[in-house]
Design a protein around this ligand. Structure first.
Ligand code: ATP
Ligand code: MG
Length: 552
C-alpha cells in the first residue's frame, strides 16, 4: 500500500525510506524534560514523532532528557507516560539521558584531551558578558588556554563535591568569534550538588548541559530523524559539531528537522509559567480543566481523538503562527457530537404544572440518546404533571417575537413529550414567578401520529419527581488577552477572573451515576463530562465546551 506523507517532514521520511537511507531504518524519539506535565503543544510533537514512526513502520522511543535535577521529578515522568498512552501512542523503548551520563563524561574527557574543552572558573555573569553579540565577537576567557592536565584534574574535581555550585564550568573550546552564538565556547557541564537526581541520586555532581547531551543521546540510540521545534535550528550545527568530534567520518548521523511550535490564543504554553500557576495556587493543579495541559484537557472532557484531529488540522510548517483557541474547541465539538448522550438539564429551574394532566399519573416517554449516532438507541424518561423548565423559557408579558411560554400564547413542544399551552403563573410576595401553569394536548405525544404536529419552538424540561441536583463548572478562557506573553504586564495579572463559574442544576438521575470521561450534551448548555471530584451524593460536571463558538 502506498503511504501518503502528510507534511514536509513526512515527505523527507518517505524520500529517505524510498532511497534506502539509514539502511532503511526509521527511528524517532519524543524527548521531554520531566520538569512539568505535557501540554497541547507537546501533543503536536507527540503526534509528529510517534505518528510518523507508526505510519511508516518505524519506531519512536520515549527519551526523558533529564539533565537538570533541580527541576525534574518522577511525578512528571509518570504523568508524561500516562498522557502519551492516553493520546493513543506506543513507544518502543524508554530511555533516559541520565543513562548516558558515563558515556557523556567520557566524551567530555576526550574533548579535553583533544584540546577542545576547558574548565572555566569565571562567574556566570562574567561568561555572559564576554559572549558578545551577534554582530560583535566575544572575548576569550582567561582560562581558555590552561593545560590539558589541569583541565582533566579540575573536571574530576567538579564532580567530587568539593567545588560549590557555580564555581566552575566545563566549556567547549570552539570559536568566540563565530556568527552562531552557540559556538562561542558553549557550556558543556555545570555543578549541581544540592539536588539529588531522580534516577542517579547523588552519584554525579557535574551534569551535562542539554545542548551537550541532546545530540549525543540521539546518536547513542541510533535516531535517524531527530524532530524538534524551530528554536533548535540554531542549535543544530552545534549538535553536529559535537558528534563530529568522535563519530566516524561519513558514518551514521542523526539528522535534525524542525517544525513550528504550537501557540494558542488566550493561554500560555511555557512549562515555567504553567508551573508558576500551579505552585502559586492560581489554578487547582496541573489538571485544572482550564490548563492547556493534556491532563487538564482530559479532565475537562476532551477526547484523544479530538486532540489528534485538531493537531492534524493545524499541520506542520516552518513559520511561527498562533492558532485561535476556537479551533481547538471546534475539534472538541465535532468529536463530542458523535459520542455524547443528549440530556435535558435545567440550570435555572421554575416549576411548571400541567393542570389538565391526570392527578397522580406518571408515564414513561421515549427519548433518542443521540441523533448523530444511529447506534445510540433510545431511553425512557419519566413524565408527570409537575416538571421543571428553564425560567427563561417563560415570560409573563412577552413581546410578539417570543415563541416560548407566555399566558395565552402559542403552543410549545416539551422536548420529546407533549405540546403545551401556557395559561398563567403564580408569583411570590416579591413578584417572582414561582410556578407556571399550562394545559397539554394528550394527542400530541412525540412519536405518535399527533406528535408530528409542528410548533414554533421546543423547550427542555425535567420531571420534578425524578431529577437530582448536580454541580456544573463552566469554564472560559484562562487569560483575558489573546497573547498573555506579549504583554509588558506580568502574565499572572492577565488571568481571566471569570474563567471558572460554579453553578448548580437539575438533571436526570442516570447522569449522576456516570463515570469520569463519560460525555453528555446538556441540551442548549454545551458538552459536559463528569469530573473526578464527583461523588454519588454530589455529582460534578465540567463543561468541556459550549455548543457554539463564543463571540469575540
Ligand atoms: P521548556 O518550556 O522547558 O523549554 P519545552 O516546552 O521545550 O520545555 P520539552 O520537554 O523540552 O519542553 O519538550 C519536549 C518536546 O516537545 C521537544 O521536542 C519540543 O520541541 C516539543 N515541544 C514543546 N513545546 C512545544 C510546542 N508548543 N509545540 C510543539 N512542540 C513542542
Ligand atoms: Mg525544551
Amino acid at each position: 500500500m502506498d503511504i501518503q506523507p502528510n507534511n514536509f517532514i513526512e515527505d523527507i521520511i518517505a524520500k529517505d525510506l524510498a532511497e534506502g537511507a539509514n539502511d532503511g531504518r526509521l527511528q524517532t524519539r519524543f524527548p521531554p524534560e520531566p520538569n512539568g506535565y505535557l501540554h497541547i503543544g507537546h501533543a503536536k510533537a507527540v503526534c509528529m514523532d510517534f505518528g510518523a514512526a507508526e505510519k511508516f513502520g518505524g519506531v519512536c522511543n520515549l527519551r526523558f532528557d533529564d539533565t537538570n535535577p533541580t527541576k525534574e521529578d518522577v511525578e512528571y515522568v509518570d504523568a508524561i507516560k500516562e498522557d502519551i498512552n492516553w493520546l493513543g501512542f506506543k513507544w518502543g523503548n524508554i530511555y533516559y539521558a541520565s543513562d548516558y551520563f558515563q558515556q557523556l563524561w567520557d566524551l567530555a574527557v576526550k574533548l579535553i584531551k583533544d584540546g577542545k574543552a576547558y574548565v572555566d572558573e569565571q562567574s556566570a555573569e562574567e561568561i555572559a558578558r564576554q559572549k558578545g553579540t551577534p554582530t560583535e565577537k566575544g572575548e576569550e576567557s582567561p582560562y581558555r588556554n590552561r593545560p590539558v592536565e589541569e583541565n582533566l584534574r579540575l573536571f574530576e574535581k567538579m564532580n567530587s563535591g568539593e567545588v560549590p555550585d557555580g564555581a566552575m564550568v566545563l566549556r567547549a573550546k570552539i570559536d568566540m568569534a563565530s556568527p552562531n552564538m552557540h559556538f562561542r565556547d558553549p557550556i558543556m557541564y555545570r555543578i549541581i550538588t544540592k539536588h539529588p537526581h531522580h534516577r542517579t541520586g547523588t552519584k554525579w555532581k557535574a551534569y551535562p548541559m542539554y545542548d551537550f547531551a541532546h545530540g549525543q543521546s540521539d546518536y547513542f540510540e541510533g535516531v535517524t530523524h531527530s524532530i524538534c521545534t524551530l528554536e533548535f535550528v540554531v542549535h543544530r550545527p552545534l549538535y553536529d559539531w559535537f558528534i563530529d568530534q568522535f563519530a566516524e567520518p561519513g558514518g551514521y548521523r542523526p539528522h535534525q528537522y524542525e517544525f513550528n511550535r504550537l501557540n494558542i490564543t488566550y493561554t500560555v504554553m511555557s512549562k515555567r509559567k504553567l508551573l508558576q500557576l500551579v505552585q502559586e495556587g492560581l489554578v487547582a493543579g496541573w489538571d485544572d480543566p482550564r490548563m492547556p495541559t493534556i491532563c487538564g484537557l482530559r479532565r475537562r472532557g476532551y477526547t484523544p481523538e479530538s486532540i489528534r484531529n485538531f493537531i492534524g488540522k493545524i499541520g506542520y510548517t516552518t513559520y511561527e503562527a498562533t492558532i485561535d483557541l476556537s479551533l481547538l474547541e471546534a475539534a472538541a465539538r465535532e468529536d463530542l457530537k458523535q459520542r455524547s448522550t443528549r440530556v435535558c438539564a435545567i440550570f435555572d429551574p421554575v416549576k411548571m404544572v400541567i393542570t389538565n394532566y391526570p392527578e397522580g399519573k406518571t408515564e414513561k416517554l421515549t427519548r433518542e440518546n443521540n441523533p448523530d449516532d444511529d447506534n445510540a438507541g433510545d431511553r425512557e424518561v419519566d413524565f408527570s404533571g409537575s416538571i421543571f423548565i428553564e425560567r427563561s423559557d417563560f415570560m409573563e408579558n412577552a413581546p410578539k417575537d417570543f415563541f416560548r411560554l407566555t399566558p395565552g400564547g402559542r403552543e410549545v413542544r416539551l422536548k420529546s413529550a407533549y405540546i403545551v399551552q401556557c395559561t398563567g403563573c403564580k408569583k411570590d410576595e416579591n413578584g417572582n414567578v414561582v410556578e407556571v401553569y399550562c394545559t397539554y394536548d394528550p394527542d400530541s405525544k412525540s412519536g405518535t401520529e399527533g406528535g408530528s404536529r409542528k410548533v414554533k419552538s421546543t423547550i427542555n424540561w425535567i420531571d420534578s419527581g425524578n431529577c437530582v441536583e448536580a454541580e456544573a463548572r463552566l469554564y472560559d478562557r484562562l487569560f483575558s488577552v489573546e497573547d498573555p506573553s506579549a504583554s509588558d504586564q506580568d502574565f499572572r495579572e492577565l488571568l481571566n477572573p471569570e474563567s471558572l463559574q460554579v453553578t448548580s442544576f437539575l438533571v436526570e438521575p442516570f447522569v449522576a451515576d456516570a463515570r469520569p470521561m463519560e460525555h453528555f450534551q446538556f441540551l442548549k448548555q454545551g458538552y459536559f463530562a463528569v469530573d473526578k471530584d464527583s461523588t454519588p451524593g454530589h455529582p460534578v460536571f465540567n463543561r468541556t465546551v459550549s455548543l457554539k463558538e463564543k463571540k469575540k
